[in-house]
Design a binder for this molecule. Structure first.
Ligand SMILES: *Cc1c(COP(=O)(O)O)cnc(C)c1O
Length: 386
C-alpha cells in the first residue's frame, strides 16, 4: 500500500463545489485586489483566534516580515528566536539586516526553551540587550510554545513577542488558567495558508492577528507600501496583500477546520496506540503534548513527529516500501551556511542538533485511512527487527 505524506484531495472533494463557486464569484466580480473577501476573512480569523484584528497578507513569511517592519526592526537590531524551525522564521530577520539570535529548544516539545531564552538574555551586557527588538517563539508542528514563561520574560524587559503560528492555527494553551488560542498570546500572531498547513489555500497566503487596533492599522498601512492616500507615502512598506481568491477559498474551509484538527488528533492517537501495541516505544518516541488534555486543541498535528533511532536508515526503508515521511528540519539555523558568519558551530545548541538527527514526520493528514497508519507502523516494526 502506497502512503503519501499528504493528500489534499479528501478535503477538496468534500468542498469542491463550494470552493469553485467562491472562486468563480471573485473572478466574476472583477474585484481582484482587496475587497469583501479579505474583509470577511479578517473578521472570521480574528473571531477564530480571539483577537481584535487580523490583517490578511501574501504569505506566512510576509506575515513575519511585515510584523518586524511594524516594529521598525532595523540593521544592528537583534531578534531572539528558536533555532529549530522552517527557514522563514530566521530569514525574515536577516532580510531586514537585523541579526537573529538563536535559542535552543525543549527536548520534548521541540519549541523554544524558555530557560535558554532567559539565559541568552541574562548573558547579554546591557548595551547588547538594548538592541533586542523582538522575540519570535515558533509553535512547531502544531503545539503552542510555553508562552506563560515566555510572556513573563518579555514583559520583564518590555520586548514584543511575535508568534510564528504558521503550523498552529487554532492550537490552544492556558495562560493564567485561561484558555487561549495561538495568535492571541503575543503582540503579533503570524499564520500561513500554504497548502500543506492545517488551513491551506490554493496557493500562497497568510494573516497576522493582533489584539491592538493601532498595530492593525500599521500593518494595514505597510501592507500597501505605506501609502495612506494613493501615491503619498508616509512610511515604507511593501506589497504584502492577500489575494482575494485565496481569501474566498479559506473562508469556505474555515468552518471545517476544527473537524480536520480532530481528524488529525484521532490519527495521532491511533499512531500512539499502534506504537505502544507493537512494543516500539523504546525505539520510537511519540509526540509529547505539553498542554492540558482538557483543551479541545492542545496540539493540532500539522505534523506528527516521532524521534527515531537510526532515523535516516528508517526513512530510506519506508521510502523503499512506498511510505512517505519527511525530516522537519535536518539542519538547525546556527549551522545553515548563510548564518555561519554569525559564529555558530556544532555543539552550540545540543538539543536542536540531536533533534535534527532524530525527528521524522509521518503522514497524519485528514482523510488517510486507518489501514495506512497500520502499514506505516508495521513497516517501522519490521525495520527495527533487523
Ligand atoms: C510554513 C511556515 C512559514 C512560512 O509560511 P509561508 O506561507 O510558506 O511563507 C513560517 N514559519 C513556519 C514555522 C512555517 O511552518
Amino acid at each position: 500500500m502506497k502512503v503519501p505524506l499528504l493528500d489534499l484531495r479528501p478535503p477538496l472533494e468534500e468542498l469542491r463545489d463550494e470552493i469553485v463557486e467562491a472562486v468563480t464569484q471573485v473572478i466574476d466580480s472583477t474585484r481582484y485586489i482587496m475587497g469583501p473577501e479579505i474583509d470577511g476573512l479578517e473578521s472570521e480569523i480574528s473571531a477564530y483566534c480571539g483577537t481584535t484584528d487580523a490583517v490578511g497578507v501574501s504569505s506566512g513569511t510576509d506575515a513575519l516580515l511585515l510584523s518586524l517592519m511594524v516594529l521598525d526592526v532595523a540593521p544592528g537590531d537583534l531578534v531572539l528566536t528558536s533555532n529549530f524551525s522552517f527557514f522563514a522564521t530566521a530569514g525574515v530577520v536577516a532580510r531586514l539586516n537585523a541579526t537573529p539570535v538563536f535559542v535552543d529548544i525543549d527536548p520534548e516539545t521541540f519549541n523554544i526553551d524558555p530557560e535558554s531564552l532567559r539565559k541568552t538574555l541574562t548573558d547579554m551586557d546591557a548595551e547588547t540587550r538594548k538592541r533586542v527588538k523582538a522575540i519570535i517563539p515558533v509553535h512547531l508542528y502544531g503545539q503552542c510554545s510555553e508562552m506563560e514563561t515566555i510572556l513573563n520574560i518579555s514583559r520583564e524587559i518590555d520586548i514584543p513577542v511575535i508568534e510564528d503560528g504558521a503550523q498552529a492555527i487554532g492550537a490552544e494553551c492556558e495562560i493564567d488558567g485561561q484558555k487561549k488560542s495561538a495568535g492571541s498570546l503575543g503582540d503579533f500572531g503570524c499564520f500561513s495558508f500554504f497548502p500543506s498547513k492545517n488551513l491551506g489555500g490554493v496557493g500562497d497566503g497568510g494573516i497576522v492577528t493582533v489584539n491592538n487596533p493601532e498595530l492593525a492599522e500599521q500593518l494595514r498601512l505597510k501592507r500597501v507600501h505605506g501609502g495612506e492616500h494613493k501615491y503619498y507615502h508616509r512610511v515604507i512598506g511593501g506589497n504584502f496583500r492577500l489575494d482575494p481568491i485565496q481569501a474566498a477559498v479559506i473562508r469556505v474551509k474555515l468552518p471545517h477546520l476544527n473537524k480536520w484538527h480532530k481528524q488529525r488528533q484521532d490519527n495521532a492517537d491511533h499512531y500512539n496506540e499502534l506504537f505502544a501495541e507493537a512494543g516500539l516505544i523504546s525505539k520510537v518516541r511519540t509526540p509529547y503534548v505539553e498542554h492540558p488534555q482538557s483543551l479541545k486543541n492542545p496540539h493540532i498535528y500539522n505534523q506528527y513527529v516521532i524521534r527515531a533511532e537510526r532515523r535516516d536508515e528508517l526513512q530510506s526503508f519506508l521510502s523503499e516500501n512506498e511510505i512517505a515521511s519527511e525530516v522537519y528540519y535536518p539542519l538547525p539555523f546556527h549551522l545553515q551556511e548563510c548564518f555561519l558568519h554569525l559564529g555558530g558551530k556544532a555543539g552550540d545548541f545540543p538539543v536542536s542538533e540531536t533533534a535534527a538527527k532524530e525527528v521524522l514526520a509521518l503522514p497524519v493528514y485528514p482523510g488517510m485511512t486507518g489501514a495506512m497508519r497500520e502499514t506505516v507502523v508495521e513497516h517501522i516494526a519490521k525495520f527495527y527487527q533487523f
